[in-house]
Design a binder for this molecule. Structure first.
Ligand SMILES: [Zn+2]
Length: 153
């Protein structure tokens, strides 16, 4: 294909030692860890739900302080929202909404990083969405910290 080995993970964006260990193995294996034929080999959390296009699971390293941190991983490999089919767009929200109802979620955040990981702080180059639920601010709690990119100089 080409002379440079394609890498599907960005070690610079790993947050925990567990992630670093798994990502080093993924780099060695030269595979996409979120493609379904490899997914269960590297991902230590169970699949919680799925539909024709997506699987729902927990993040292996949930954001510190989060109540829930779910991931929705597409069963097809692509990296840009511009590559999504209409069916994938609709069925993503079907599955997100199923998880919201199942877990009685009253408020949360949906996060999608996409494309070139140098711009995003993302660590896996395969389209996926995060559903992140924190606690309330009733007791003046610290906010969850999420990286979505880098400041220009
Ligand atoms: Zn993939």
């Amino acid at each position: 294909m080409n002379d440079t080995k394609k890498t599907y993970v960005n070690l610079k964006h790993a947050r925990t030692q567990e992630q670093i260990d798994v990502m080093q193995q993924i780099e060695k294996d030269g595979v996409c860890p979120f493609c379904m034929e490899h997914f269960l080999k590297y991902h230590p959390k169970p699949i919680l739900d799925e539909n024709e296009n997506w699987v729902a699971t927990e993040n292996m390293s949930p954001y510190e302080g989060s109540v829930h941190h779910f991931l929705f991983v597409c069963k097809r490999h692509f990296t840009m929202p511009t590559d999504m089919t209409d069916e994938e767009k609709a069925s993503l929200f079907d599955l997100i909404n199923r998880m919201i109802r199942k877990n009685n979620i009253l408020g949360g955040s949906i996060l999608i990083r996409f494309g070139d990981m140098r711009f995003t702080g993302g660590s896996v180059d395969h389209f996926h969405a995060h559903l992140i639920i924190g606690d309330t601010n009733d007791e003046k709690r610290e906010s969850l910290k999420v990286k979505v990119g880098y400041k220009k100089p």
